[in-house]
Structure formats: C-alpha cells, structure tokens
Write a protein that binds this ligand. Structure first.
Ligand code: GLU
Length: 486
C-alpha cells in the first residue's frame, strides 16, 4: 500500500458504545494494526442537543475495555487535532470560505415552509423530491442585502448535473449513483454549524484518512461526500462499508433483541478478549474459518477487508457465551483469578482470609464451570460466607443415610489427625473411612459437601476441602453437626 494507512472511528457521543459501533471500531483498529498504520479516534459531537460528555467518556471506556488503543485522538493527542468536532470550527470555516471564494457554494434563503411546499408539489407531480436550486442564481448584491436584513440562510454545494458518482467499495464492490438524484447538499446550517457530511469530509481530508471503514448505513452519504471531495479537490480515500449486525430474526440489532451496548456485556460478565474475538467474527472470517478462537496477534495478522462479508451478520448470544466459556477454560488459575477478582470482591466476606494461592486454586475449580464471570457470584459465594442454611433436599438425603450425625462426628475426629490436607490424601482418607464404617463413599461425600457449602453440587469435594483448609473445614463440619439429621 503506497501511503501509510490511516483510519478512524468517528462515533457521535449520543449514547453508549453500541455493539455495532464497537465492531466498526474493531475493524478499523485491526485494519490499522494489520498494515502497521494509524488508528484515529474522532468524536463527532456537533449535534449539541444530543451529545453528552458522559457518553464520550462511556465510549472511551468501552473502547479501552475492549483493548482497542488509538494512536491519535482524545486523551492521546496527535498532529491532526483537535479530535473533537466542536473544537474544529475554525477548520470548517476555512474550508467554507475557500469553497465560497471558488463559487462552489451558494446562499439559500428558503424557509422551512418554502421547502415543504416544494416537496408537496414535487410529490404531487411525482418527480424526484429534492431541492430545486431556486437560490442558485441569486446575485451577490441580493445575497448581501438579505444577509444584512438578518434573513436566515444555509450554504449549499452546487451539485453537478448528469455526473456519475461511483467508487469501488472494498467490501461491496462497485457502487454507482447519478448526481441527478442528489440534492444541492447543505454544508452549513442556519445556525452556522457544519452539517455531518461536510464536517466528516473536512476532517477526513485534514486527518489524511486513507480508508473509510464504516457501517453500510452510511452508503447513502458516500456519494454526497464524494462530491465534497471533488469540490475540495482532495484525493478520495478508499471506502469499505461493512454489513449491519442483525438479530436472529435478521432485523437490525436493536434493544428488542437484548443488550445492545458494550457496557451491558461487561456487566453481564463477558471477558473483553472473548467479546472482541466474537465481534471480529461478526461479518469477517479468516481464511481458515474453522478457527474461531483468535488471539489479538492472530487477528492482526489475518484481518483483511477482502474477507469481510457483504451480508448482514447475526449476533448470537449463545455463540458469544460459548466463546466466553472457551476463553475461561483456557486461562491459568492465576489469570482467571485476576479476571474474577472484581466479581469476587462483590461477595460479602471476600477475601475471607484466603491467600492468593488459595483464591487462584478456587478460581481454577470454576474454569470449566462458569460461562460468564457474573455466575461466580452465586456459584462460589459460600467459600466466603459460611452457609447458615442447608439445602432441603440435601438434608432429606442425609436423613436417609441413617446415623448421619454420628458418622459425621467420627469423620471430624478422623480429619483432625489427617496428615497432608490436599486432594489426594483427603480422598484416600475418606475412602478408607467409609470402608471401615461400612458406609457408601458417596454418602460420606454428600454429608461433607452439604456441611461445607450448604449445597448438593460444588466442584470436586476434595479440591474444595483443600482450598478451605483444615481449620475452616473442621469448623464448618463441626457447626453442621447441629443441623445434620441424626
Ligand atoms: N459519526 C458517525 C456515526 O456515528 C460516523 C461517521 C463516519 O464514520 O463517517 O455514525
């Protein structure tokens, strides 16, 4: 590629980071990293009514959560700033002045009512609905007089007639429009603010963007923007319009399908790397598409736009959950503990006197059991909060054992003198104890598990005992004696 790749993610801070936005950011980031290029973050906050600082923060946080680092943009700066559109007014003004000087823009004084009447009339006559260009020919003197009287105006681009506007889209192939269907685009609104299409082009030119990678919902903007590039005599970037993210019913992903903002997935306990991996596969696949678990480096190496699909990609929560579980299974106990810690910290009583080695061991017990981090809250809380009640069915089962309490008391005695308090020896001890007592091994295990956790299902009992340690194990079993059926 001749000039160094420069791409951007340009969110409007009018909401939290959406799954679709995150995927657009990800594709830009991967493309930049694949080519050793530059990934720019630009905040498009010209819609003053809907933009909020808190959303900018949320977008930055969301991108950071996903591990997407930007080379130029808010909080990191760069040579083509500022990176907030509201701070770039001077640049838009300069561009407007130049285009005005070159006669490429004109003042339009048409009021909202005039435009409405025009539309109705066109609709009745069944002709294309667009601005009819009636202010194009106003003379300079008239324009100046009307401005002086305080009449409101917008600035429009003179749209050429009969020109074809086409481009080779890197994901959609050749796309072509005729300029006849395009309006004389408003470039500056009556409040003096640049329009979206104009600001984007001024910024993309100013920031030397080489590839515009964005959602296909922007395809209709692209011909308008191309006319602006032509007016500004600026080189065209390449465009790649990526497919929309759809729900299972193939309608565009919306609240109706479930969570749509990235932060909600963080709150549901998804791992950022797994989530990023899943997002990467929404509309893209590596050549060997049987490999779905892809590290950051593998994604960098393999991401190319020619492997982006031109069809919508279906967001499948089950698949995402599966992938998350696959990531969790592959973490070392120490890594898993690091990821789980913010969740564990929500459990009252955490860390409950456990040191990091014991906590890592405990985390390891859940590697194959939790699919999302939030599950740990209800699955492992009993490590930190000694059970005060015991599962009713578990107690019923204990009652059927017969002489459970005496049996347990004997086991407690036996455990007091146990040598090493680790899985292997503990299992050996319980097995020989059950045999010597003429009891079923499973019954003894059941009693212990119920006493230690209050539950009938936990990770392997002997691993649990090893994590709890001798003191806690004996104390819990001792206290269970009063609730244990006799
Ligand atoms: N600010 C636009 C949006 O939020 C994106 C503009 C672009 O990518 O060209 O959809």
């Amino acid at each position: 590629m001749s000039s160094p790749v420069r791409v951007r993610f340009a969110p409007s801070p009018t909401g939290n980071l959406h799954v679709g936005g995150a995927r657009t950011a990800l594709f830009n980031w991967l493309f930049a990293r694949h080519h050793g290029g530059v990934f720019i973050l630009r905040i498009e906050d010209t819609d003053l009514e809907r933009s909020q600082e808190a959303y900018t923060r949320a977008i930055l946080d969301g991108l950071r959560w996903l591990g997407l680092d930007w080379d130029e943009g808010p909080e990191v700066g760069g040579p083509h700033g500022p990176y907030f559109q509201t701070q770039r007014e001077g640049l838009y003004r300069e561009a407007v002045e130049r285009l005005l000087r070159e006669g490429k823009l004109y003042h339009c004084f048409c009021t909202a009512e005039t435009l409405e009447t025009m539309r109705q009339d066109q609709a009745e006559r069944k002709v294309a609905i667009k601005y009819d260009g009636r202010c194009r020919a106003l003379g300079r003197a008239e324009v100046e007089r009307r401005i002086a009287t305080g009449e409101k105006f917008v600035l429009r681009l003179r749209c050429p007639e009969g020109e074809s506007v086409e481009w080779e889209d890197l994901t959609k192939g050749r796309l072509s429009f005729t300029s006849d269907l395009l309006d004389d685009l408003v470039v500056v609104k009556s409040d003096g603010m640049p329009t979206y299409n104009f600001a984007v082009v001024v910024d993309d030119v100013g920031m030397k963007i080489t590839h515009v990678i964005r959602g296909e919902d922007h395809i209709s903007n692209t011909p308008k923007q191309i006319l602006l590039y032509r007016a500004m005599e600026a080189p065209l970037p390449r465009f790649a319009h990526i497919p929309m993210i759809l729900g299972k019913d193939r309608a565009r992903l919306s609240k109706r399908h479930g969570a749509t903002s990235v932060i909600e997935y963080e709150k549901m306990g998804f791992d950022p790397e797994a989530f990023r991996n899943y997002l990467a596969l929404l509309g893209w696949a590596p050549e060997d598409h049987t490999q779905e678990l892809l590290s950051r480096e593998e994604l960098f190496a393999r991401f190319t736009l020619d492997r982006v699909s031109s069809h919508g990609a279906i967001f499948d929560l089950d698949k995402l959950t599966w992938m998350n579980a696959e990531y969790i299974k592959r973490f070392s106990p120490a890594t898993l503990l690091a990821r789980l810690r913010p969740w564990l910290a929500q459990i009252p009583g955490f860390p409950g006197g456990f040191d990091d080695a014991a906590l890592a061991k405990m985390a390891g017990l859940y590697r194959e059991r939790v699919k999302t981090y939030n599950e740990i809250l209800t699955m492992a809380d009993w490590f930190f909060i000694e059970p005060a009640t015991f599962d009713a069915k578990g107690l019923e089962k204990a009652a059927k054992i017969g002489g459970a309490r005496a049996l347990l008391a004997k086991l407690i005695d036996r455990l007091q003198t146990a040598g090493e308090f680790t899985e292997g020896p503990l299992e050996g001890l319980v097995r020989s104890f059950a045999e010597a007592e003429g009891r079923k091994f499973g019954d003894v295990v059941h009693l212990c598990r119920l006493g230690l956790s209050g539950r009938t299902a936990t990770p392997g009992l002997f691993e649990v005992m090893a994590v709890l340690g001798r003191e806690r194990t004996l104390a819990r079993l001792g206290r269970f004696l009063t609730s244990c059926p006799a």
